[in-house]
Design a protein around this ligand. Structure first.
Ligand SMILES: [Fe+2]
Length: 229
């Protein structure tokens, strides 16, 4: 497993000499791709691993690999993070509903965009894909990052915003420290925008989501994780 970012082939994002604070970038995904993905979020089941009373998150998950430019998904996938990485839900094997096979075809397109723009098309990697909807409103605040300022334990993490409905908040902050003091980027990402960053060098946080005006509120994201191999 790679523990540092070394792009031997196509250093499209940041090379070894780029300092920690600059190891992030934003980009824009194609409208047609995002609108196809957006329609699938209404069907997501509730995240079964939230603590009692935290009913604001829905999700599906897939994991696979890209080797020699070919993406393969595993038939069954469980997700596990160490407790010291994720104080909210780490230290347990979490299984989620699988991402639908028709949706996975669109996820592959997003992965390909990130490989072109950030990862490097010749880099092999293990991939995690998380479709996540956070809802709010009717007295509910949705927390996109209930664990607070954190790292996820991968080489690169990309948060792609697929849809925003009536959202106030949900601001993504990148910092160089676990306390969240040294901010290097703060983005209110709009639909179609992604933020990709070096998850070994930077910490991230997303602020709570509330309803802008009374009514249905959701923030739909596709989080992609990459471990270079
Ligand atoms: Fe995260």
């Amino acid at each position: 497993m790679s523990t540092s970012l070394i792009f031997a082939a196509t250093p499209t994002a940041w090379s070894d000499t780029v300092s920690s604070k600059d190891r992030h970038r934003t980009g824009l995904l194609p409208e047609s791709l995002v609108s196809r993905l957006a329609s699938s979020y209404a069907d997501l089941p509730r995240d079964p691993h939230m603590r009692s009373g935290d009913d604001y998150r829905y999700r599906a998950f897939a994991q696979g690999s890209v080797i020699n430019g070919r993406i393969e998904w595993e038939s069954e996938a469980t997700f596990e993070q160490a407790a010291d990485i994720n104080a909210y839900a780490g230290g347990q094997k979490r299984s989620f509903a699988p991402i639908r096979s028709d949706v996975l075809r669109d996820v592959v397109e997003v992965v390909d965009h990130l490989r072109e723009d950030v990862i490097g098309v010749e880099s092999d990697a293990l991939i995690g894909a998380h479709q996540i909807r956070v809802i709010a409103g009717d007295g509910v605040t949705g927390l996109p990052a209930p664990e607070g300022v954190h790292q996820d334990g991968f080489d690169i993490v990309a948060t792609c915003v697929i849809g925003l409905t009536n959202v106030s908040g949900g601001v993504t902050t990148l910092t160089t420290d676990a306390a969240g003091q040294h901010v290097v980027a703060q983005e209110s990402l709009g639909a179609r925008e992604y933020a990709a960053f070096d998850d070994r060098a930077l910490f991230h946080y997303v602020s709570p989501v509330n309803a802008l005006v009374p009514g249905q509120t959701h923030r739909d994201v596709l989080v992609l994780t990459f471990t270079l191999i």
